[in-house]
Design a binder for this molecule. Structure first.
Ligand code: SF4
Length: 330
């Protein structure tokens, strides 16, 4: 299998007990069938504990969580007892992969740690170099997915062009977002013009507040009003990184319905929300925390992500390309 990762992936290292958050709390931990069978076959004390920790929710096997959302295997030093005893290889697939997302397209796999992880924020977001990607051949079994190969290669070429454009620092970040939207419109052969039904800014707050919210900090950010613009010189490099991240992560999903544009709008919307929320941030560290929370609240929650994508599939009103262009120009 050909696996593509950002070049900085090799520098990524979990902060373990020094992490200010943890990826083992706040969301469901789905256990794959192979790992669940392995846990059920373990005969030692850890095996018994694991067997008592498995539950079935909507047909899925999951690890139980405490009422505060923490996985029952997480100890009070924020370390996983299963990992501590038997190492990474003993974890289920979800925990082995975290905090990385994995996207399979036929014989190709794409991997990248998520922006919800403080260690990746340090490694990726604060790196001033442009993002490059490396592709390696691995022994991983190929996960065959039913995709249109011609469309996949067309989208891959367009994505490379999009990522080069997003990292063209001779252009303002606003101009790069405009060009990105145009590129996707031309690719999909769609025109979206009407934006007479209201603005995305500040209506996005109501939309995001209507989704499931995991952390009180995120709710507080959505409720803040006013603020002063964050210095452009510091904001643009961060938005560039977020846009590249989203384009890498989502652009190729267009292979499933032939539409890359809604995912490009999703990336631009993300950048616009961050630009607006940056008004309440006193420094880069605070802004990075907002970026991290957005990932945790939206990217990690399939229903939230789906709701946002659905809104951005609309071709008119504030969610149209014209609505986003209007917000970019504000
Ligand atoms: S969020 Fe990142 S740094 Fe924190 S425990 Fe998870 S992988 Fe490690």
């Amino acid at each position: 299998m050909l696996v593509t990762k950002p070049n900085r992936d090799a520098d990524f290292s979990c902060l373990a007990s020094a992490c200010p958050d943890t990826c083992c709390a706040g969301w469901e931990i789905v256990v794959d069938d192979v790992s669940a069978d392995r846990f059920r076959a373990m005969e030692d004390a850890m095996g018994k504990r694991l067997q008592q920790s498995l539950i079935t929710v909507d047909g899925e096997t999951q690890l139980k969580r405490h009422p505060d959302g923490r996985c029952v295997l997480l100890n009070d030093r924020n370390l996983c007892d299963l990992y501590a005893l038997y190492g990474e290889g003993a974890l289920c697939r979800t925990c082995r992969l975290h905090p990385r997302f994995v996207a399979d397209y036929g014989a190709r796999r794409e991997v990248m740690p998520r922006l919800s992880c403080p260690a990746w924020i340090e490694t990726y977001l604060l790196d001033t170099e442009k993002v490059t990607f490396v592709t390696e051949e691995t022994d991983d079994p190929i996960a065959y997915t039913d995709i249109d190969a011609a469309l996949f290669f067309k989208l891959s070429r367009a994505r490379t062009q999009a990522m080069d454009m997003l990292q063209d620092r001779s252009l303002s970040i606003d101009e790069r977002m405009r060009r990105l939207l145009t590129l996707a419109q031309e690719l999909d052969g769609e025109r979206e013009e009407d934006c007479s039904q209201g603005d995305i800014l500040p209506a996005y707050r109501k939309k995001l507040a209507s989704l499931e919210i995991l952390t009180p900090q995120w709710r507080e950010h959505l409720q803040q009003k006013g603020g002063t613009p964050f210095p452009e010189k510091e904001l643009s490099p961060l938005l560039e990184k977020v846009l590249v991240y989203d384009v890498f992560r989502f652009f190729l999903r267009g292979v499933y319905d032939g539409r890359a544009l809604p995912w490009v709008k999703y990336a631009v919307f993300h950048a616009l929300v961050l630009r607006d929320l940056s008004r309440h941030c006193a420094c880069k560290t605070e802004l990075c925390e907002v970026i991290r929370l957005y990932s945790k609240e939206i990217e990690h929650n399939a229903e939230n992500q789906e709701a946002l994508h659905r809104a951005l599939c609309r071709r008119s009103g504030r969610w149209s390309v014209a609505g986003l262009l209007k917000a970019i120009n504000e």
